[in-house]
Design a protein around this ligand. Structure first.
Ligand code: PEP
Ligand code: MN
Length: 343
């Protein structure tokens, strides 16, 4: 349940409601809104009796929360969340391009790709230093050396960097270097990793598991918010289906559903969905048209030599052309939204 305070509620009244929530055996979580404060009630088993709180001083009304996820839900927070990635906004009216190679391979490789994607309009650089690979014989990433290269890329280009933390053991290290920490599809329900991400002060990019429902995905995000970290960006990266023509099936139908259910930004990753470079631009265009808040695209200057995911990587020139199309689609949607008042 959500206890919505009156616009003119005093700090004492807000504290009083929190005391009452604690006295009832629950956890209060104040959620500052644009005009008024709401207090979320966490850790209740079953429905909460609204009469416990509705007549307390300063309370406007209570809203039952019908979903199993709470802090991530629109019922809890109506306005879109904008996640700040070291100065680059993700969410609401912004359209953010995240681009870079699958894996950090060398300083030369990363700097060349970073300069190219930045010139094309990317806001955030990506590159894996710890890679989740199907085979233990495949390139596993450069580890801390890769993180140092990412820090260098940030220093040289000014772009914030996002990179994956494969497990809790490396989280501290990744967090120390990265502007945003990625939790990969295979780890979406790694609950100890989610809890560690909840303790982090860095924004988290939470990819959807390849066979996860929307509810499971939002519950995974709930772990992070419940831990105290509200800076979460969701990323749809394709589901495992019977399709043989692509690596995964990009579930764009999830995007409007997630946007209805949650205030968190949602982006798409057509690269890992397609697994084939030629399919990436059309899927990216469809993602932009459906209204994602951004895209994650793999780019490599020599895809044929890439140590990971070369087959799905765009050349820098292809990325630049795509970035122009993305901006055009986003501007069109913005204009339509402004004209019709709907979006
Ligand atoms: C990645 O982004 O490098 C990655 C491994 O993606 P996913 O977890 O979606 O497979
Ligand atoms: Mn990859």
């Amino acid at each position: 349940m959500l206890v919505v305070m009156a616009k003119n509620a005093t700090n004492e009244q807000i504290a009083g409601v929190q005391d009452a929530v604690r006295a009832a055996g629950f956890t209060p979580r104040p959620i500052p809104g644009g005009e008024r404060v709401a207090i979320g009630i966490l850790h209740n088993q079953g429905p909460v009796d609204p009469s416990l709180f509705s007549s307390l001083p300063g309370v406007s009304h209570t809203i039952p929360v019908t979903k199993p996820f709470k802090l991530v839900s629109r019922e809890f927070k109506h306005e879109d969340t904008v996640v700040d990635v070291s100065g680059v906004p993700v969410g609401n009216g912004h359209f953010t391009l995240i681009a870079g190679p699958c894996a950090v391979e060398s300083e030369k490789q990363c700097l060349a790709i970073a300069r190219a994607v930045k010139a094309a309009g990317a806001g955030i650089f990506r590159g894996g230093a710890f890679k989740p690979r199907t085979s233990p014989y495949s390139f596993q990433g450069l580890g801390e050396e890769g993180l140092k290269i990412l820090a260098k890329v940030r220093g040289e280009t000014g772009m914030p960097v996002v990179t994956e933390a494969l497990d809790t053991a490396v989280f501290d290290l990744v967090e120390a270097y990265a502007d945003m920490v990625q939790i990969g599809a295979r780890n979406m329900q790694n609950f100890s990793l989610l809890r560690r991400a909840g303790q982090s002060r860095k924004p988290i990019l939470l990819k959807r598991g390849m066979s996860s429902t929307i509810e499971e995905w939002l519950m995974a995000a709930e772990y992070i918010l419940e831990g105290g970290n509200t800076a979460v960006v969701l990323c749809e990266r394709g589901l495992r289906t019977f399709a043989m023509h692509s690596r995964n099936t990009l579930d764009l139908s999830a995007v409007p559903v997630v946007q209805k259910e949650s205030h968190l930004p949602v982006i798409a990753d057509p690269s890992h969905a397609a697994g084939v470079a030629a399919q990436v631009p059309p899927l990216a265009r469809a993602s932009a048209a459906i209204g994602v808040h951004g895209l994650m695209i793999e780019v490599h200057d020599h895809p044929e030599k890439a140590l990971s995911d070369g087959g799905q990587s765009l050349l820098p020139g292809q990325f630049a052309a795509l970035a122009n199309q993305m901006r055009a689609i986003h501007e069109l949607l913005d204009r339509q939204g402004a004209e019709t008042g709907a979006q």
